[in-house]
Write a protein that binds this ligand. Structure first.
Ligand SMILES: [Zn+2]
Length: 162
């Protein structure tokens, strides 16, 4: 790392901090030649490879856009969406690969979206998994029902004891 002041080609790390979301490391450096201090941010690059073969840097914003569309009209706040996008990015980065298939980004979104809002999940899945007809919806809904945890389900208000 060159010193930005005197171009000395070495620097000493005096402090390292991982950002809150764990995706980058901020370092405070000091130049051994001129003594000035400067900061650097290191981000592990993550590339998304699209079906066309083209690749682009991973963008949390793109995840957010796709999910926001699926959540239109649903009781899901921007905070929920931001958290979900963060969760997705962390899950992907935790896999440790420098490249990921766009398809796998979609897969990583499905899980957290499902716990957030089942209707939004179905919308997203229908586009993403290219549902062709009602049967695809039916089987996805059946799967949701079957996998719904037995505990923690809110009581049906129609059947609450008087
Ligand atoms: Zn310097």
């Amino acid at each position: 790392m060159h010193c930005p002041f005197c171009r000395h080609d070495d620097s000493r790390v005096v402090d390292s901090r991982t950002s809150e979301d764990g995706t980058c490391i901020k370092r405070r450096r000091q130049c051994p030649s001129c003594g000035k201090r400067f900061s650097t941010t290191e981000t592990a690059s993550l590339t998304v490879v699209k079906r066309s073969g083209a690749s682009e840097p991973f963008s949390r914003q793109k995840v957010l856009l796709g999910v926001r569309k699926a959540c239109q009209g649903r009781p899901v706040s921007e905070d929920h969406l931001a958290l979900l996008a963060q969760e997705v990015e962390e899950a992907i980065r935790a896999q440790g690969a420098a490249e990921i298939d766009a398809h796998d980004v979609g897969l990583a979104i499905l899980g957290p979206l499902r716990s957030l809002d089942e209707v939004a999940y179905l919308r997203f899945a229908s586009v993403y998994q290219a549902f062709d007809d009602l049967e695809d919806f039916e089987s996805a809904i059946a799967l949701l029902r079957a996998e719904r945890p037995a505990t923690g389900v809110e009581p049906d208000p129609q059947h609450v004891d008087e």
